[in-house]
Design a protein around this ligand. Structure first.
Ligand code: HEC
Ligand code: HEC
Length: 382
């Protein structure tokens, strides 16, 4: 993966005109939540990817970049690194990509009853030109196990989901302490594509059962990510819109991150209707995997170190019109804060970039102002 690519997004000028006041209200449920903006309402030259929210549209671009190992500007133009507007200009690769989207949806419709079994990655696998001839070196090499591709098959005699979660809760400080764990604040540093690979200050606020806010503070202006217990937003000047609503798998991810801030057995169990167990290894460490699924949603994997019982990774997915893209979060450096173990370091990796947060201090059970979890003010365009 060429991660430098995503720095393109960073240098952009937020010139996309959006009228936040004009957002309609979703009918029925969640009446106070403004409807997320659709791609074609924000961008000026969307011909195929219409009717999907902006966050899903950007995840689709992430699939393109990942499937073909391209930088954003390879399909767009060098000028687009300085302006969101310029992403609207057409190029030969963009036109081919449009054609490919239609081809993929035809393949899935005609052969798989519309299920998105074939994605851009199915053929391209990181190459601009998919291979035609089988690769003998690959065929005769020893396969390497990827923990993210573990097949979850029931292991006879292994621990159950409840036993794995029990061990986790014990490792963190025990049922009693976690039941009384109601708030959390932390400070440290953040480094990622959106800060042009420089370390900048970060603050984290969380409140049980499930609210979480992260504020990244680069010099060019704060980037605020909020899950208020029901809805999630990101306000950052590196985003294509001043206030990005998270939807679908991104919203589910924010919910899981918030629930994992205050992990009790019950809170984790209730996230999913169905659970299954598996085993694999990450960096030569044996891990137990539990996989949660809800109807009509992608699964989420939780990886626990078999020795320590601690959570070392989550893997979740977002569905886009051209297939499913992954987000992996790796947790480490668990430290004791007033009797509760908290990961002081975590790295999120997804098709659009990678970012690491490292805390230097953390406090538990301190008052956190409810306003921390309110919908953030739209970011000032850069
Ligand atoms: C494989 C080629 C390809 C790659 C790589 C790619 N895009 Fe795109 N992009 C497209 C296509 C095709 C469209 C038009 C989609 C449509 O018409 O529905 C588009 C549209 C866009 C738009 C909307 C522009 C407008 O005003 O209409 C933005 C913004 C955008 N891309 C950003 C990105 C970013 C950021 C990246 C890197 C993460 C990226 N793209 C990577 C092919 C690509
Ligand atoms: C069924 C297999 C298949 C799938 C699925 C597929 N492609 Fe392709 N793609 C190809 C082939 C084959 C070529 C032609 C390569 C060549 O000309 O040598 C190609 C070419 C391209 C090119 C032009 C490369 C160049 O050098 O000009 C782009 C861009 C592209 N695909 C984007 C996509 C995107 C985006 C998706 C997902 C929406 C996708 N493809 C899905 C098979 C596929």
């Amino acid at each position: 993966m060429k991660l430098t690519s995503r720095r393109m997004i960073v240098g952009t000028v937020g010139t996309v005109a959006v009228c936040l006041l004009a957002v309609a209200f979703a009918s029925g449920q969640a009446a106070q939540q403004p409807r997320p903006q659709m791609a074609e309402e924000v961008f000026k030259n969307v011909q195929i990817l219409k009717g999907i929210p902006v966050d899903e549209f950007m995840d689709t671009m992430g699939m393109f970049a990942a499937a073909l190992s391209l930088n954003c500007i390879d399909c767009h133009t060098p000028e687009s690194s300085g302006s969101w507007e310029k992403f609207g200009d057409d190029t030969p690769l963009k036109r081919t990509a449009r054609r490919m989207m239609l081809m993929v949806s035809t393949i899935n419709r005609d052969n798989f009853a519309g299920v998105r079994n074939v994605s851009c990655y199915t053929c391209h696998r990181g190459d601009l030109r998919p291979k035609i001839v089988p690769n003998l070196a690959l065929q005769y090499s020893v396969p390497v196990e990827d923990a993210n591709e573990v097949e979850i098959v029931p292991i006879s005699g292994g621990p159950s989901v409840d036993q794995i979660l029990d061990k986790y809760v014990q490792a963190l400080g025990g049922t009693q302490r976690l039941a009384n764990f109601t708030s959390f604040t932390g400070k440290g540093t953040y480094i990622g594509f959106d800060t042009e690979q420089t370390k900048v200050p970060v603050e984290v606020f969380a409140k049980a059962p499930a609210q979480r806010t992260t504020i990244v503070r680069p010099r060019i202006g704060d980037s605020v990510r909020v899950y208020d217990g029901r809805a999630a937003w990101v306000a950052g000047s590196d985003k294509p819109v001043p206030l990005l609503s998270l939807t679908g798998g991104n919203l589910d991810g924010a919910k899981i991150d918030a629930a994992l801030s205050f992990p009790t057995q019950a809170r984790i169990k209730q996230l999913f209707a169905q659970w299954r167990v598996g085993a694999t290894s990450i960096d030569d460490r044996e891990v137990r995997v539990i996989q949660g699924t809800n109807p009509r949603q992608p699964p989420v994997n939780f990886y626990f170190d078999e020795n320590t019982g601690l959570l070392v990774r989550t893997l979740r997915f977002v569905d886009t019109p051209v297939g499913r893209v992954p987000t992996q979060t790796d947790y480490s450096d668990y430290r004791d804060v007033s009797g509760i173990k908290i990961p002081f370091k975590w790295t999120a990796t997804w098709t659009d970039g990678q970012a690491t947060t490292e805390l230097s201090e953390a406090q538990v059970n301190v008052p956190v102002d409810a306003a921390r979890f309110a919908r953030p003010a739209p970011a000032r365009p850069r």
